[in-house]
Design a protein around this ligand. Structure first.
Ligand code: NAD
Length: 501
């Protein structure tokens, strides 16, 4: 069992009906209406635990994006003129509906993404938390007054940007939808959102619930389809004033270039290679749990998962022994089965990437595979994309395990003689999303906070991202911040009124 999740619910599900939702042909949401694509093409959504087709969604086109953006543009006027309080009340109602239906939504998320049901429940409730948080800050004073003596007085106000585009990945589709929808809509913008093609279903359901909660037509539109077609059409559309993208670094830099032509505002939440540093004075059992949760939650497919473990050499042998025992005890299986700790990877492509990476580690002597290092096989496992949680020691610092982002349940373990070396190694990366230090020593904490380059430094935990705190990366991990007041500002622009005497 992976412990430490904010909510732990292990609901038993019957095997007979658990793996099928029936083929529903779920539709896009444009101008408050469910619709198919004009080109009548469809994308299969696959259950990664069984390999079976779960549903189909429209494979949208640039024309569908035009329709969605035009609808969002029309909706922008009245929506932006509402008070933030009125917009906040609708977000509250939406959160209420998500909470009421969280069990069904979580089940759908597990079916399309693979993660254990308890993680899906956390994620769906997390999305409701985000909407409630933004609703709760609707009364925050937005702006400032500046007195300039005999020259006059100035009033600086925040106003929304207009139509915004949101493009999201498949790993945490529901929470990431909340990160974008909450601040964008509260600030008075309208949105065209594109889900990942692997996981569009729960996003579409939630968008429908938000409409039913009172969101006017056109305020939130969801267009499904390929990234290079639908995503690119959103980024390039001249009426879209801002792009908020979460995904791979290479896609992010392509999007940045596309958006630069029209000088669009941009938020990029990209990859990470978070270091976890464990010092000799740490509570070792707690740190072992932190490493298990930090690396294997969501089968390791999290931007800010623990991707490199640095152990003080004095405690390394004991720590590695405990970690191996815990890792080998994790239950791998269908996310809907009770007791599952690790579900499948999201699709065949991810599984192939993991196998490819492990072949390189073996062929290039990049490290010693302590446990795992292969797919789980036999029986029902052969239908899905299950990968064994993997620990690797004796890692060559030049290995791809250290220099790139490994998006799966693989943890490279390095030992360090002292804190200076740990900090230097932690910073030897082009990423800078998160980092954690496990210690009870205040001086160590201050050193890591000051010297490690990352958007968030956790002490004695890893992964937790509440809606109140800004989240985002340094260096190649991204630009801008989501969550908190920072995100609201990222979806607004200031405008000054100068009253001369
Ligand atoms: P991806 O970049 O392949 O896809 C993300 C989204 O972009 C999808 O909706 C995709 O359809 C769309 N897309 C693809 N090509 C596009 C194009 N040319 N123009 C416009 N849109 C396009 O990423 P992924 O594989 O879905 O997600 C995994 C990556 O996301 C990892 O690198 C992970 O670290 C990162 N991630 C980052 C954060 C964060 O907050 N920093 C959070 C989650 C995931």
């Amino acid at each position: 069992m992976i412990t430490g999740a904010s909510i732990f619910i292990d609901e038993p599900c019957k095997r007979s009906d658990q793996d099928n939702i029936g083929v529903l042909l779920m539709h896009m949401l444009i101008d408050g209406k469910e619709c198919t694509s004009l080109n009548d093409a469809w994308i299969d959504v696959i259950n990664p635990a069984t390999g079976a087709v779960l549903d189909h969604v429209p494979s949208g086109s640039a024309t569908d994006v035009d329709t969605a953006v035009e609808s969002a543009e029309v909706a922008f006027g009245p929506w932006s003129k509402k008070t933030t309080r009125d917009r906040g009340i609708i977000l509250f109602h939406a959160a209420e509906r998500i909470r009421q239906q969280h069990t069904d939504l979580a089940r759908l998320l597990t079916l399309e993404q693979g993660k254990p049901l308890k993680e899906s429940i956390d994620e769906v409730r997390g999305c409701a938390n985000i909407l409630e948080y933004y609703a709760s800050i609707a009364g925050k004073p937005a702006g400032e007054a500046v007195h300039l003596g005999s020259a006059g007085d100035c009033m600086v106000m925040w106003e929304p940007l207009g139509v915004c585009g949101a493009i999201i990945p498949w790993n945490m589709p529901v929470i990431i939808m909340g990160w974008k929808v909450g601040p964008a809509l509260l600030a008075g913008n309208t949105l065209v959102l594109k889900p990942a093609s692997a996981t569009p279903l729960t996003n579409l359901k939630i968008a429908g619930l938000m409409r039913d909660a009172g969101l006017p037509p056109g305020v939130l539109n969801v267009v499904t389809g390929p990234g290079d077609l639908v995503g690119a059409a959103i980024v390039k559309h001249p009426l879209v004033r801002k792009i908020s993208f979460t995904g791979d670094c290479a896609t992010g830099s392509m999007i940045r270039e596309m958006a630069a032509h029209q000088l669009k505002e941009i938020t990029l939440e990209l990859g990470g290679s978070d270091p976890m540093i464990v010092m000799a004075d740490a509570d070792l059992d707690r740190a072992v749990e932190g490493a298990v949760r930090g690396r294997f939650y969501n089968a390791g497919q999290i931007c800010t998962a623990v991707k490199r473990l640095y152990l003080d050499e004095k405690i390394a042998p004991v720590f590695i022994k405990k970690l191996q025992e815990r890792t080998e005890a994790l239950q791998i299986g269908n996310g809907l089965s009770p007791g599952t700790d690790i579900g499948p990877l999201v699709n065949r492509e991810q599984a192939d990437r993991m196998s490819d990476c492990m072949n390189h580690v073996r062929d290039g002597n990049e490290g010693t595979i302590l446990t795992g290092g292969c797919m789980v096989s036999g029986g029902e496992y052969d239908d899905g994309f299950f990968y064994k949680p993997t620990l690797i020691t004796d890692v060559n610092p030049r290995s791809r395990l250290v220099t790139t982002e490994i998006f799966g349940p693989v943890l490279p373990i390095m030992t360090v003689p002292d804190l200076d070396t740990a900090i230097a190694e932690a910073n030897r990366t082009r990423f800078g999303l998160g980092a954690s230090v496990w210690t009870n020593d205040l001086t160590t904490i201050k050193r890591v906070y000051r010297d490690v380059h990352a958007g968030i430094i956790w002490v004695n935990r890893h992964l937790t991202i509440p809606p109140e705190i800004p989240f985002g990366g340094m260096n190649e991990s991204g630009i801008g911040r989501e969550n908190g007041y920072h995100a609201l500002e990222n979806y607004s622009r200031s405008k000054t009124l100068f009253l001369g005497w």
